[in-house]
Write a protein that binds this ligand. Structure first.
Ligand code: TXE
Length: 492
């Protein structure tokens, strides 16, 4: 099936084909066409023309909101098929994929509502004959580049506000997991997006991502992915001084004070880090525990980690699927080997599973490493896999210092039954999201994004719409009079 969509037409692309691999068993899920630089050019030209001269430019915010609402309805209709495809593509459990589709639907509905209520504002300048208005206009042609861990969800955080604001876009999903992005574009077309408004090109970063981000007719790049790629995109955007929004992952502290119930702390330590095999930008990969509770909690977490049931995302009872690729598992294994060589203590995992039926997949057992410290690579770098490291503290100040001792700043959590302390710590953590006695929840109405090397800009919430807007000031003097600034006479 043709999988590139350019100017309202489905096409195979001119860059050959690529196999999409099922991480559960290494089988081919589908073979998809790839774009070449010429396809990228055509997609950008289509988005440019649709923005500059197409009917899209004349749509009202309410009409764009209606389009998003129709996409949301179609997502509900196709939920099972989309969730199933996401599981085949990423390896995550069907339960997680279904939650993703529900979340994506909610994001489309949120921006449908916001589109209609986002009216700009009138500024009172204190002069009755002047009308000063700030109007919200689209930025233009947006390149939306997404990663492989939450392919559909990450795309929705970009495409829904981009369309709500009146932009046109060219989507480039991860070459590892492109399938549900193609399905979402099909729904946008079915919902009535005019030709050229939503385009999708498939391919890898070098041959498709780079030419797209460097293209002179692209006004904005919104990217979620790895730090090194984000830095390359920031450099590439310099020539055109493009608008940028980048989300580059995190190294997220999960801080537990000893007044937390042990069962609760152990349960959430696992959920925080091992959901989707740890391939979550906000995963609670660094457990930071008060010393008096440390040994007991680590032992309990280790015990429970060994019980986690790995398997096919489609099978009933599977708690965690495989990693996304063999290359990614190699990376995870090297993190664990380095940490052990540097003196970390293996509490659980640290190996591939023994079950023969998992041998063809990219599985790795949930791993817990104690006695870890700041100089280890496993503490400093994002592993993006099923590795939980444990550090300990004795004072609140030490807990905060450890939680902030990272070049990232995406998310973190604090667990305590002392509410004053909870809010002190939440206020002191330099991370874009802080959970108190919880982990993972997000809502479409609240901003998401990072400080420091976790990125620039925010997705979701009203700020997530503003990322895709120019805020233009229009000053109307209804009773113009001569300025008399240049009169040729000396000023007194
Ligand atoms: O991501 P890449 P990778 C982290 C995680 C992971 C690491 C590398 O630690 O191990 O990044 O993952 C496209 N110009 N995150 O290599 O390469 C690419 O095709 C334009 C965190 O898979 O950053 C894909 O569509 N685009 C993260 C997208 O960028 C380029 C989620 C992301 O791929 C490009 C995923 C280029 N020069 C990984 N090079 C998060 N923040 O949630 C690549 N791409």
């Amino acid at each position: 099936m043709a999988s590139l969509y350019i100017d309202g037409q489905w096409t195979d692309g001119s860059g050959g084909t690529s196999d999409v691999i099922n991480p559960f068993d290494g089988s081919v899920v589908e073979t998809v066409g790839q774009a070449d630089a010429g396809d990228v050019d055509r997609a950008v030209a289509a988005a440019r023309a649709a923005f500059d001269t197409g009917p899209w430019r004349g749509t009202t915010a309410a009409e764009r909101g209606e389009l998003l609402r129709r996409v949301a309805d179609l997502l509900v209709r196709d939920k099972e098929h989309i969730a199933h495809t996401e599981t085949l593509d990423t390896g995550k459990t069907l339960a997680e994929s279904r939650i993703d589709v529900d979340d994506v639907t909610a994001v489309f509905r949120y921006y449908a509502d916001l589109a209609g209520s986002d009216a700009g504002r009138v500024v009172d300048v204190g002069q009755a004959h002047v009308l000063s208005r700030v109007v919200h206009e689209p930025v233009g042609v947006c390149a939306l580049i997404t990663p492989w861990n939450y392919p559909l969800l990450q795309l929705s955080w970009k495409v829904a506000p981009a369309l709500a604001a009146g932009n046109t876009c060219v989507i480039k999903p991860s070459e590892v997991t492109p399938l549900t992005s193609v399905l979402l574009v099909r729904l946008c077309a079915e919902a009535g997006a005019p030709a050229g408004v939503v385009n999708i090109v498939l391919g890898d970063g070098r041959s498709v991502g780079a030419p797209l981000t460097e293209h002179r007719c692209v006004d904005m790049v919104s990217f979620t992915g790895g730090l090194a790629t984000g830095q390359a995109i920031i450099r590439a955007s310099a020539a055109g001084v493009k608008r940028l929004a980048v989300e580059l992952g995190g190294k997220n502290p999960n801080i537990v004070f000893a007044d937390t119930d042990l069962d609760l702390a152990a349960d959430w330590a696992l959920t925080a880090v091992f959901l989707h095999a740890g391939q979550v930008c906000s995963a609670g990969a660094r457990l930071i525990v008060e010393e008096s509770m440390h040994d007991e909690l680590v032992a309990e977490i280790g015990r429970r980690a060994e019980l986690i049931r790995l398997g096919s995302g489609l099978a009933e009872g599977t708690e965690s699927g495989p990693l996304v690729s063999a290359a990614h598992r190699d990376k995870i294994e090297s993190f664990v080997a380095d940490a052990l060589a540097d003196g970390a203590r293996l509490v659980a995992g640290g190996r591939r599973p023994d079950e023969p039926e998992l041998a063809d997949g990219f599985f790795y057992r949930p791993t817990v490493l104690a006695d870890t410290h700041r100089d280890m690579r496993v503490i400093r770098e994002e592993t993006f896999g099923p590795i939980l490291t444990v550090e300990k503290f004795t004072t609140e100040a030490e807990a905060v210092a450890l939680g902030n001792d990272t070049s990232y700043g995406l998310a973190g959590a604090v667990w305590t039954s002392d509410m004053a302390r909870a809010h002190r710590v939440a206020g002191a953590l330099r991370h874009g999201t802080v959970w108190i006695n919880d982990f993972h929840p997000y809502v479409p109405g609240a901003e998401w994004g990072g400080m420091k090397r976790s990125g620039n800009g925010r997705e979701l919430g009203p700020t997530g719409l503003a990322e895709y807007q120019e805020h233009k000031h229009i000053w109307h003097n209804t009773a113009p009079a001569p300025a008399r600034w240049f009169t040729g006479e000396a000023r007194s």
